[in-house]
Structure formats: structure tokens, C-alpha cells
Ligand binder design. Sequence first.
Ligand code: WTA
Length: 655
Amino acid sequence: MADGDKVAGRTFAPSAEMTAGAHVDKARYDEMYAASVNDPEAFWAEEGKRLDWIEPYTKVKNTSFEFGNVSIKWYEDGTLNVAANCIDRHLETRADQTAIIFEPDEPDGEVQHISYRELHEKVCRFANVLLSQGIMRGDRVIIYLPMIPEAAYAMLACARIGAIHSVVFAGFSPDALANRINDCGAKAVITADTAPRGGKRTALKSNTDAALLHCSDKVRCLVVKHTGDQTTWIDGRDVDVKAMMETVAPDCPARPMNAEDPLFILYTSGSTGKPKGVVHSSGGYLVYAAMTQQYTFDYHDGDVFWCGADVGWVTGHTYILYGPLANGATTLMFEGVPTYPDASRFWQIIEKHKVTQFYTAPTAIRALMGQGTDFPARCDLSSLKVLGTVGEPINPEAWAWYDKNIGKGQLPIVDTWWQTETGGHMITPLPGATPTKPGSATLPFFGVQPVVLEAESGKVVEGNPAEGVLAIADSWPGQMRTVWGDHERFESTYFQQYKGYYFSGDGCRRDEDGYYWITGRVDDVINVSGHRMGTAEVESALVAHSKVAEAAVVGYPHEVKGQGIYAYVTLMNGVEPSDELRRELEGWVRTEIGPIAKPDLIQWAPGLPKTRSGKIMRRILRKIAENDYGSLGDTSTLADPSVVDDLVDNRMNRG
Ligand code: WTA
């Protein structure tokens, strides 16, 4: 029997030891959850006190999910500074405690232990560099950096002066970077010379130079000389951040900001069009980030918290930076990848820094699982107390491997469901409170009211078990506030289809015990190695190639990545398909979007299945990609049903 089969369907209760020391046990969860939904106003008024407010709030919740009138405000008359909450207020008691442990790409590289005192000085100096470049409250700043301490300094420096940061994952291409700079009208880009990752280097500065060719020439370019690699330098535009940090003052006042002032914009993929700028607030977001980091991971003083995500994603924002630092935690930042120099790297880091909570994605677990059990077996993992996952449902086989080889059958695994849009965990076990079932994100976090809706009618499915789409009935403080520059798109994406609810875009099932099981996206978003990708984005990159007439992209099950990218491509008249062209198109998508968007399989499609009105029937394409011909459904409404036979006959062999 496979290990996965042994754990599937079972329930794993928290150990007595875990429960005894935990912030929240089962009784406390029930009590707090009831309070949070029965009287959100009182509950969140109390939770807001986690932060230091300059001007305390008198109003707590002012939210409407009414389509046409959607407005989300929390703590709206309070003022605070996010950086001061993450740094300054800890100085009295923890100035010498490590705030950030930096583990470099090379295992023998220089580890840094950055204390709260040092963090304060670095962030102040960085903030003064920004001010010297004319960056002011409300200005947008793009951060395109590797996973280095300067990424944290840059984000917190923006927060300190009230500038709005937008971090762009360092794996994105110049075009993707340029689109984001232009969409938010950024005044500056902060980048580095090159980014070492897994022993290779990405030329971030030259990518930025390429991107800036498509942007206003007023955009400043702030460069962190990280590796010292040679780059071109444009005098008058480029600024050497590290050199300048030495010359500016070591202190910089934290600017009072309104709770509803945007803290950051983060671009994420949707089912249509270009990525949208998800806007998060200062006050509500930070309350929610701090609270979820503490409870979901049962974080205690003295713990060493490691979220293995990249700061380019929301997981990195909330659980490398803002949540842990708001709580005065020690948080680990890793520059590299799990498999460099070999597949023991994660486990060696846990041993080396005595990590207590470890948070990663199922795709990373599956990749490491493929390398065998020797790698973790060689390392001392006894410091660990809680394991977490995020990004997609964890399959029983990966759960069993994680549990057995990393948790030694002893540790709670928190499977956290949430989204860029939600700011923090929404459905998740709490380690001392919630019995877990492998594959289920279990129960809602405080203040979160999930509902299961019938996909077609939008009717609420009452009782258990239930199946449908997942929506949320009321607001929580970490919720996104709008789409940058396009509030209408915010409303139409999340509030139009099911009136009165926030629609997640995910399908789900609720079992007899009220546990939630996320079944994946119900829209045209796919989840590749835990990265969210709009199929429309990949399609528009493909059709931008001169030899491509049309393209349709769908996801298909992939053993390691969760989903792979399957592209059906119709070539221009007269263009011959070839393996060379296939490679050319792969390379093309890499440069248009980035390596993460490269199609795994490209099938030449002389025609695509379309309705008579010209709409591509993705349902059919998905089935073919999944190898599921039995259920192609009714193809008689197609303009030309014979194209389906051709596609089935020539389906790519996944090998
Ligand atoms: C998926 C990442 C199942 C889901 C924080 C969601 C999950 C999308 C889980 C958001 C989970 C995330 N179980 N599915 N524990 N966590 N997802 O915006 O489809 O990058 O809608 O945020 O990832 O991805 P995003």
C-alpha cells in the first residue's frame, strides 16, 4: 500500500503536548470563532490592539459587498505606521534579538543575523535614500530584487515614508516588469546587479534596463550592488543604493499613515486580460498578517520562523516579512532553491538555524520527495514544531512523506488556504486546536465566513456534505481593497457573479464534519508549481509571435508542478510545424512573461474547437489535455466537430 493511501481519509489529532502549550486549543477556537462572527465589530476592535496606533481608531468595520457599491474599510479613522509596528516598537525589549536571518544561495556564503536595532538603522537609511530621490507619500515604487535583506529594507523603507511598494518576482521578464511599472505609474524601480539562485545568476539590472526602454524616462533606477557583477550604468538615472545608504542620516521619522492608505500593490493573474494590481491596506492588513502568523503557526517568542516562499509573492509579503516582524519574531530569508547544491538544502537550513516552524508549497515537497528520504534523514530536524503548506491542495502521498520524513509522525501540518486577494490565511487548521485530514484546509480562521454556492444558480448550499464554489459572506481586515486604478474590475471580478459574496474562484467541498476541501480553480487560472497563472496571459504571449495565428492554453495534471501548461497552437498559413519552432515558442514565452510561464507541452492544432459564435470550448481542450476522452461531452454544437478528432489523434505524449 502506498503511504498516501495509508493517510488518506484519516484524521490526525494534535498531540496533548502541542495542545498544552498552544495559544489556542479546541475550546478556545470554538469560543473565539463564535465571537468573531457574532460580533465582528467587538472582536476586531480588540484584535486591532495588537498594533501600536498613533491616532487610535474609533470606527472598526465599514464594509459592503453590494455589487456596484463595494467598499471595504477597517479601522478607517486610525493612523499608524507599518514599519514602526514592525521595527521601532520592538526596540525597547528586543533591540538585540535577531529580526531576520539571511541564508545566502551558497551554503558557505555569509549568513547574516540582522537584529531589530540593525534593521531599524538599515530601513531608516534606505528610507532616506528614497526621500533623496524625491519619492514621497503615495508614490509607487517597484521592487525587483533577489531574496536578500535589501528586499526587506526596501519594502519597510517604503512603508516608513508612506510610499506604496509593488514587488515584482525576480523571475519575471523585462516585458512583465515594464507592464507593472507602467500600470502603477511607478516613480522608481529598485533592483540589484545580479541575482544568484541555485548557482546561476539572473541579470536583474540588465532586465531592468530593457524594461525601462518601455517606460517614462523619469523613472529612477536604484541599484543594490549585491554580487558586484559588472552592469551598464546610466549616469543621472541609476543610483548606487548601498553607497548612498552610507552617506544619508541613520534615522528617519516614520510617517503617520491612515489605516486605509495602501501599503502595497501586488500583481496577480486573473482569468482575463493582464495581471491586476491587488491593493492592500496598512492597518487591516497588518492586524490580519500578525494574527494569522501567530495563531496558524502557533508562534512563540524564541521561535525561528521560516517561510520558504519568495517575497515576490503574497506568501512572502505576509509570512516572511509583515506578519512575523509585527509580532517581533525571528524570520528566516533564504536566497536559494531547495535543490542546490543538493536536495538536502532545506533540511540543512532547518538544522543550521534551528527552525521551529517551516512553511512551504506541496510542489516543493513533491520535488524533494522524488529525491528520496536520505536527504532529510541526514539532518537533525528536531527543532521543528509545526509544518505548513500553501498554494494548492496537498496530495496524500506528499502529505505522508512530509509527515513521516520531516515531521517524524509527530508534528501538526497546517494546510493553509488563502489568496493574494485575502492578505492572509482564510481556511486553516490551528496546530493546537484542529484535528487535520490530509488534503483538507479544514476550518475557517477567525472572522472568516465561508459559504458553498451552487455554481450555476449561486444558491447557498446548506448542511453537510456540500459541494460547489467557495465564497465568503463577509469582510475580514486583510481583504484587498481594490484593483489598482480599476475599482470596477475589482467589483466585476469578485462581486458580480454571486451577489453579496466575495467569490474566490475556487471550487470546494465541505464534508460531514464541516471541513473544507479545495478542489481547484473554476476559472481560467492555473496553478503551476504554486504560481498562479492566467491562461489568457500565456495565450496572448503566444499570439504575439509572428508565426502564431491562434493559441489556447489549459492546465493538465503534472506530477511535480501540480498543473502543467498545455498549449494548443494554430500556426499562420504556410508556416510548417517543427521541433525547432516549438523551442522557439517556448523561448518566446519565457522572454514575454518569464520562465515560470513556459509551456510544458505545445500541440500543433490546425483548428481549435469553437462554438458557432466563435468561442473556444476550453472544456474540451482541458479534457484532451487530461487524457480524458470518455467525457468530452457534447461536441455537436461546435462549428466544426472534426477538429476534435484531429486534436485527440495528435495529443502530445506526456511520456
Ligand atoms: C490555490 C497563494 C488548495 C487556490 C497564497 C487559490 C490552495 C490560489 C491552497 C491562490 C491550499 C492556495 N489548498 N488550494 N492550501 N492555497 N491555493 O493568489 O486555487 O498565489 O485560489 O495565493 O491558490 O493563489 P495565490
